[in-house]
Design a binder for this molecule. Structure first.
Ligand code: ADE
Length: 255
């Protein structure tokens, strides 16, 4: 296994490159790819930047130029359901591009000529990352997330959810928008700007992938308020602990 690890923002991958053994970097196409081992797993870490094109390009490069066999996307997302709270974690079962619409030529949300609107993540990889997330919340959460930040963001017994994530080239920051998406997309748990693009590339190239997102906001008018503080003080910590746990668990599993 050679694992590609993608995040949009530097904070969403904080500390991972530093713990890589035998780290080496290569700059290509405005991105820095760092190869090395994390907990014994051969890995390539890269920041995609924000948006579907950036994410699709990055996933393609990882597969075609860096020969990754599996991809893990880790980052933050807005809540897409009232039961999903800031500080919770969503592991994608399927991903959809909510802003693709070639109707009436093709059904709304369908990626033309693939016959698909929902792209499934790899079950085995997703099970391992969801297990790593639960392990983190049960064992590490209270010790590694500062008590003042837990209070500030009202983080009380965060949970792991699994289901639909929708992606689009828009930061959702109005209750009207997120409610409309929730009504249009049954089972929606979270919204972000990259996951479904990675999912489409992985589907087309036959590469198993998983997407894990920490909920940073409610995708309403408050979404941008304290966003970077959350990413730095909370999500960065989640990502580091969950991804390193994930690599340990993958190393101990059938891969
Ligand atoms: N990523 C984190 N929060 C988001 C939001 N509200 N909309 C889109 N992407 C996000």
């Amino acid at each position: 296994m050679r694992l590609g690890i993608i995040s949009a923002l530097q904070e969403e991958q904080q500390g991972l490159v530093e713990v890589m053994q035998g780290a080496a970097t290569l700059v290509h196409g405005m991105r820095t790819y760092t190869t090395g081992k994390i907990a014994g797993i051969d890995a390539v870490c890269v920041l995609s930047r924000i948006g579907k094109v950036a994410a699709a390009t990055t996933a393609t490069m990882l597969i075609e130029k860096f020969d990754v066999t599996h991809i893990l996307f880790t980052g933050v997302a807005g809540a897409g359901d009232a039961g999903v709270k800031v500080g919770d974690i969503v592991v994608a079962e399927a991903l959809l591009q909510y802003d693709i619409d070639a109707s009436p030529l093709f059904p709304r949300y369908e990626v033309p000529l693939t016959g698909l609107s929902h792209f499934q993540s790899d079950l085995h990889l997703s099970n391992i990352v969801a297990g790593a997330a639960s392990g983190f919340l049960e064992t590490d959460f209270e010790t590694v997330i500062d008590a003042a930040e837990r209070r500030n963001f009202h983080l009380v017994r965060p949970r792991v959810h699994r289901g639909l994530i929708a992606s689009g080239d828009q930061f959702i920051s109005s209750a009207g928008q997120i409610n409309a998406l929730g009504a249009a997309l049954p089972g929606l748990l979270a919204v972000e700007m990259e996951g479904a693009a990675v999912a489409q590339v992985c589907f087309e190239l036959g590469v198993p992938f998983a997407v894990i997102r920490t909920i940073s906001d409610n995708a309403n008018e408050e979404a941008a308020h304290d966003f970077m503080r959350f990413v730095t003080a909370v999500a960065a910590c989640y990502a580091f602990h969950i991804v390193t746990r994930f690599c340990r668990d993958v190393n101990g599993s059938a891969y």
